[in-house]
Design a protein around this ligand. Structure first.
Ligand SMILES: NC(=O)c1ccc[n+]([C@@H]2O[C@H](COP(=O)([O-])OP(=O)(O)OC[C@H]3O[C@@H](n4cnc5c(N)ncnc54)[C@H](OP(=O)(O)O)[C@@H]3O)[C@@H](O)[C@H]2O)c1
Length: 331
């Protein structure tokens, strides 16, 4: 039976924020399919995560060609959900995908050539069972391809209608300014930038955030919970069902140092004093940055999405709270 979306899904009034100076609004929380949507994950759980997110007003789902494992399988999983459950709802969804990391063998399945970006998007559309995606990203800058070639491919993709908007991810401040200028000249302005940003990773504050505001580009912060560290998940050890135990490709037990654990406990105390969970305070903190339109969360359980959406009830920070956060996370 296809899912019947909740009729109350648009009643979270604080949820939609303008993406830079574009016409597009994005939910303050978006759902990413990097983990928990591969061929090895239970389809029923992946489906439940997406359906619950949409029922709570999360209209934006972020994928990349290589998400899985194996690469491509997260797009297939989402394509199945789109087909089986969201057939009548395409116009209520913002679907993004990317190309930039290793996807297939040979010289044309990686980085930022026109050849790779255009053929990768065609493959993604087949896996997603879509005619177009809303946002197509260059997933990382390519030091060996002229910026004009990569941006030219993005602009042509937008012009072809296979993507509605162009995005950048993992470009630094200077690269972003350069790419934005080229894209504007080509008539396909950069909609959005996807950087890593959370309480322990603040590099965007040293330049990129300023560029995004000046250029009118929206920011969508990936790994806003530091892959789960900035939640209650690891406060009392590493649970068997948590990412660091279950799928330690990127988040490894060694990342949970004594020092980090001490800071997490102090942040947790601060969150409690605000009447929030650590995850909620961490998301509110990311969203307080004027360069950030949306926090791009991951989830392994429906209850996590439900908890995270509650963040939106309390986004403001006092000066004293921000100073306390700065002291706790200072290097
Ligand atoms: N552009 C890029 O280069 C790039 C790179 C990385 C990610 N991304 C994007 O960013 C998205 C999010 O990345 P991420 O999954 O690392 O984000 P994250 O939000 O930092 O971490 C998500 C993990 O945190 C835990 N979690 C979430 N809410 C929780 C809660 N309320 N209580 C307890 N634990 C909670 C879950 O861990 P457990 O699984 O342990 O339950 C969940 O899988 C990706 O899906 C992808 O779309 C982009």
């Amino acid at each position: 039976m296809p899912h019947a979306p909740s009729p109350t899904r648009y009643q979270h009034s604080a949820l939609y924020r303008r993406c830079g100076r574009s016409g597009l609004q994005l939910p303050a929380l978006s759902l990413g399919l990097w983990h928990n949507f591969g061929a090895n994950n239970a389809y029923a759980n992946s489906r439940a995560l997406v359906l619950r997110a949409f029922d709570l007003g999360i209209t934006h789902f972020d994928i990349a060609n290589n998400y899985g494992p194996p690469p491509g399988s997260a797009e297939q999983t989402f394509g199945r959900i789109l087909h089986d459950d969201f057939a009548g709802y395409r116009d209520e969804l913002i679907v993004s995908t990317k190309a930039g990391y290793t996807m297939w063998d040979g010289p044309y399945g990686d980085w930022g050539s026109r050849k790779y970006l255009i053929s990768s998007l065609d493959q993604s559309l087949r896996r997603l069972r879509l005619d177009y995606v809303d946002i197509f990203y260059s997933h990382r800058p390519d030091p060996n391809t002229p910026m004009e070639e990569t941006m030219g491919a993005l602009a042509d993709i937008v012009r072809s209608g296979k993507a509605l908007y162009a995005g950048l991810s993992n470009y630094n401040a200077e690269q972003t300014a350069q790419a934005a200028k080229i894209l504007r000249t080509l008539g396909a302005p950069c909609l959005i930038h996807q950087p890593r940003y959370h309480l322990f990773e603040r590099r965007i504050e040293q330049g990129l955030a300023r560029v995004l505001i000046d250029e009118g580009i929206g920011g969508i912060a990936f790994c806003p919970l530091a892959q789960g560290l900035l939640t209650n998940r690891y406060l009392a050890g590493i649970p068997a069902d948590a990412r660091a135990a279950r799928d330690p490709r990127f988040l490894k037990p060694k990342h949970l140092t004594e020092d980090k654990l001490g800071r997490l406990h102090r942040l947790n105390e601060l969150a409690k004093a605000r009447g929030q969970s650590l995850a909620q305070m961490s998301l509110a903190w990311v969203l307080r940055n004027p360069a950030i339109t949306s926090a791009l969360i991951g989830a392994s359980k429906v209850s996590q999405i439900e908890e995270n959406v509650e963040t939106l009830k309390h986004l403001a920070f006092s000066t004293a709270e921000l100073a306390a956060v700065d002291r706790i996370v200072a290097p």
